[in-house]
Design a binder for this molecule. Sequence first.
Ligand SMILES: NC(=O)c1ccc[n+]([C@@H]2O[C@H](COP(=O)([O-])OP(=O)(O)OC[C@H]3O[C@@H](n4cnc5c(N)ncnc54)[C@H](O)[C@@H]3O)[C@@H](O)[C@H]2O)c1
Length: 258
Amino acid sequence: MASPNSSPVAIVTGCASGIGLATAQVFLQEGYRVFGVDVSDLDFSKLGGQDANMGFKKANLTAEGMCEEVVKECIEKFGARIDVLANVAGVSDAFAAADTFTDVEFTRVMAINLTVPLHLMRAVLPVMKEQKSGAIINVASKSALSGAAAGVAYTASKHGLLGATKHTAWRFKDAGIRCNAVLPGGVATNIANSMQQQYFDMEAYTTLQPVHNLNTPQGKPLLVTPEHVANAIFFLASEKAKFISGAALPVDTAWSTI
Ligand SMILES: NC(=O)c1ccc[n+]([C@@H]2O[C@H](COP(=O)([O-])OP(=O)(O)OC[C@H]3O[C@@H](n4cnc5c(N)ncnc54)[C@H](O)[C@@H]3O)[C@@H](O)[C@H]2O)c1
């Protein structure tokens, strides 16, 4: 068991890339101890010299029992304290629609984007209930509110994640535990690499493109960076958001308004 330490502890999934990496960086800068998980390798040189406060487990979170294992190992490293769970890891679908999606793609996307966050919430809640405090932040998407931004699997997974967020917020409102979602629009990360190209549905994608162009016209750079989303996650975890729970916070330069 780790020696007593008063610094707060955050579990951050998907910490090797994009929004998860930026989230780990922000929490470390703000004095947290971070237990990160990713199926890919973490480049510790990106942590700005804060690696002493960083625990990392390379793991596929969809493996049976893995979410419980992550929480167990976090407690072994940092002690029985979990202040924050940031469910960031996620994958893109291939823009397939209800007439073209494959069971393989649907199962993969739902497992990573919805089942894993729920398993992790279930695994951290006993600790948070015991300490009578905790903040859970689920990274959803514009696709949690819109049917015109992604494929049917990703859209269903993120709508589901937002529902789970609201349910958890209400259920634990008197237990000192808050649960919120951030809804990024387009952010420059590696998420496109997670798409299984063989399932790409061009016809369906063409119907989404005008909506994407309203966020970022083709050829223009994305304005929102992983750090902008990480800052929103940190805000929702902080005392400054003390009575905010069950919220869905867009980080998308108003794309969510349409
Ligand atoms: N980038 C965007 O435009 C955008 C928009 C809206 C929402 N999001 C959401 O933001 C979150 C972070 O994505 P990102 O854009 O930073 O992408 P990213 O690909 O850069 O990072 C995602 C990370 O999750 C990890 N991961 C994927 N599957 C995993 C698994 N089974 N087990 C453990 N780790 C796994 C990947 O290895 C990767 O490091 C996702 O939930 C995504 O749906 C992204």
